[in-house]
Design a binder for this molecule. Structure first.
Ligand code: ATP
Length: 624
């Protein structure tokens, strides 16, 4: 394979790229994709463009891939979020294009797309002089500067950079520049399609322009996806693919302390007999399912420690009282590791676990040791890497042994998850009851031996089952749904929202599909809090990626940002909601949904997926 000869980029990206590829070319590709609906045709357009980039300037592939997925770097790197607000953009467009904000607002109400408005305004605007055409490098670097600027004058600094770029925009550029700034590219391109196109382009490049077979593209895409689960950084992955060949990615991209990997997830179950059926004839183990927050603890060989959330967000500052090095048995022989654990609030007087609600009273950032009132105890349940050696392809039995050999537990600070290995129904029942008495949510049941017990980053695996006591009566688990809109409260709830419109996430189409209206389970205080944090995020229109019944709109719409954890008695088909409507013609909706809590450790794209809603619906006894 050809190579660009640069080294694989470690933990964090450069955030600055030299790329002279004209931004106009990228925008023309976006436009062509927007006008196309067939997935195959979209893949062809995208891969052809990426291939042409590779042939001219391989170094441009990273920023262009990021612009395609509307991101500026890995999710774990802070400060790279765009998602600029309407107000700032309307003001900036009006100033750059010589229109009043009122004119822009009126148009916006009509069209619902600031990008389109900016393009129209720009393209009728007479220009005195001809500014230099925008390049991909310039736009990317400016977007990074905009995302990173904060503090006093940040609004005006952002605005003037955007204006400078807008003045140079021609053709479709203004439209996609503004949409990128809003984080709403809206070209109907799923992340999976980008990966397939990327695989195809790199393979074509490796084979000097020869079209690769479908099988080769499938294999390459799955290698990129697996690599991404271990190292969620496109820059590292693309550079490794270009340097060593895409088919050799698995040998060059391995998890490493300092980069959060995507955690393994569990499938819900509704009964102990379901668990016994699933694991029949195999060795499995049960652990307490602690009710706190996932904490992936990394020690790097330079001695620095990091704690990442379920989402890969850096949470180290949140837990100043935790120094996992204190629990390492032999620091001389233990230079680096990645441990998977749950952080739980701990009652230091009574030596017991406290409920999740207590943990959530802790500040998320900038916590100082002297201010820590609610202490956290880590319950370690897995080790994924030791001394830079990945362990995920060892059995759980082996990983547990290594974990126990490496650390020693200390009550109330760092402990190992409580576990029991049995196949006896009564013993399991007792253990489940005991877990709830000990303030846990229930049990995690895990395969112990063989390949099926390997740690599968990012997978919701049937080799890990969750058995939650509270939910045994319902559908087996709670759902995490996106708050799409709200209804004004009446009576006692006047002055706040009285109910909310929730949706699940369709991973394939990248759209939110409505699945219920919820008004139960909120305290008055919670309603006040929700009103205060949501009232300023209302939108004039629901986004085009919100699929809802137009005959039953919400009173107000929000930018999809917040998730509610919700319980439900059961699910039924409904003409009004849209979850999974492609599978059933009608949508699936939650009956008697009840609010449990806000989920702020998940991104909206981690919401319960439409496929999961379908699975819940289909696993209900009356459907089968
Ligand atoms: P999702 O709803 O997407 O599955 P979630 O974050 O709501 O994710 P659950 O699936 O309900 O979580 O349960 C898995 C979570 O349980 C893990 O992410 C982890 O935070 C927590 N957990 C607590 N104890 C354990 C344990 N012993 N083993 C694994 N995970 C545990």
């Amino acid at each position: 394979p050809k190579s660009i000869g640069s080294a694989v980029v470690p933990a964090s990206g450069k955030n600055k790229f030299n790329s002279d590829i004209p931004f106009a070319e990228l925008c023309e590709t976006f436009q062509a994709i927007e006008e196309t609906s067939s997935r195959l045709a979209i893949t062809a357009i995208c891969s052809r463009f990426l291939y042409s980039v590779l042939e001219r300037d391989p170094g441009s592939l990273v920023p262009i891939t990021y612009l395609f997925i509307n991101k500026l770097g890995p999710d774990y790197e802070p400060g790279l979020e765009l998602g600029l607000g309407e107000t700032l953009l309307i003001k900036t467009i009006s100033e750059a294009c010589g229109k009043s904000t009122q004119q822009i607002r009126t148009k916006y109400r009509e069209l619902g797309d600031l990008g389109e408005i900016a393009m129209q305004a720009r393209n009728v605007q007479p220009t005195m002089f001809k500014p230099k055409p925008l390049t991909v490098g310039e736009v990317f670097n400016n977007l990074v500067t905009i995302a990173k600027s904060n503090g006093k004058d940040s609004q005006s600094r952002k605005s003037s950079l955007i204006k400078k770029m807008l003045t140079a925009c021609k053709g479709y550029e203004a439209k996609f520049l503004i949409r990128s700034l809003e984080s709403k590219l809206r070209i109907g391109m799923a992340a999976k399609t980008v990966l397939i196109s990327l695989s195809k382009a790199i393979l074509t490049h490796e084979h000097n322009g020869q079209e690769p077979s479908m099988e080769a593209v499938d294999r390459a895409e799955s290698l990129i996806r697996d690599a991404f689960c271990q190292v969620p950084n496109y820059e590292s992955i693309i550079n490794a693919a270009l340097q060593y060949g895409i088919m050799n990615l698995d040998q060059h991209i391995r998890l490493q302390p300092g980069i959060p990997l995507q955690p393994m997830l569990a499938k819900p179950t509704k009964s102990i007999s379901e668990v016994l059926d699933r694991f029949q004839g195999t060795k499995f183990t049960c652990e307490y399912k602690y009710d706190g927050e996932r904490a992936q603890v990394h020690l790097r060989s330079d001695g620095s420690m990091k704690i990442y959330s379920r989402n890969g967000e850096d949470m180290t500052e949140r837990y100043p009282e935790i120094d996992v090095k204190n629990y390492v048995k032999d620091l001389d022989s233990t230079k680096s590791f990645i441990v998977d654990s749950e952080a739980v609030a701990w009652d230091q007087e009574n030596h017991r676990i406290l409920p999740f609600q207590v943990l959530s009273t802790r500040k998320r950032k900038g916590v100082e040791l002297k201010d820590v009132k609610v202490r956290v105890c880590l319950y370690a349940f897995d080790i994924l890497c030791l001394n830079d050696e990945p362990l995920i392809n060892k059995s759980l039995t082996e990983r547990r042994e290594i974990m126990l050999d490496t650390f020693s537990g200390t009550q109330g600070q760092f402990m190992f998850a409580d576990e029991l290995t049995t196949t006896n129904f009564e013993e399991l029942q007792k253990y489940l009851d005991q877990s709830v008495k000990d303030s846990c949510e229930g049990l995690m049941v895990k395969m112990l031996d063989g390949e099926e017990s390997h740690y599968e980053p990012s997978k919701r695996s049937r080799n890990w089952l969750k058995l939650k006591k509270d939910y045994l009566e319902g559908v087996g688990d709670s759902l995490d749904l996106v708050v799409l809109g709200a209804y004004y409260g009446r009576g006692k709830r006047t002055g706040t929202y009285g109910g909310f419109l929730l949706g699940c996430y369709n991973v394939e189409s990248e759209e939110f599909e409505t699945c219920c209206k919820i008004g139960t389970g909120f305290s008055d205080e919670m309603l006040q809090t929700l009103y205060a944090s949501l009232k300023d995020t209302t939108l004039e229109h629901p986004g085009t990626n919100v699929i809802y019944d137009t005959s039953a709109p919400a009173d107000v719409w929000f930018e999809p940002r917040m998730l509610f954890e919700v319980l439900t008695a059961d699910l039924s088909l409904s003409p009004v909601y849209k979850a999974g409507f492609e599978a059933y013609g009608k949508g699936i909706s939650l009956r008697f949904p009840r609010f449990v809590r806000i989920r702020d450790d998940k991104a909206v794209t981690d919401a319960t997926s439409s496929d999961q809603v379908i699975e819940f619906y289909e696993s209900q006894a009356h459907v089968n």
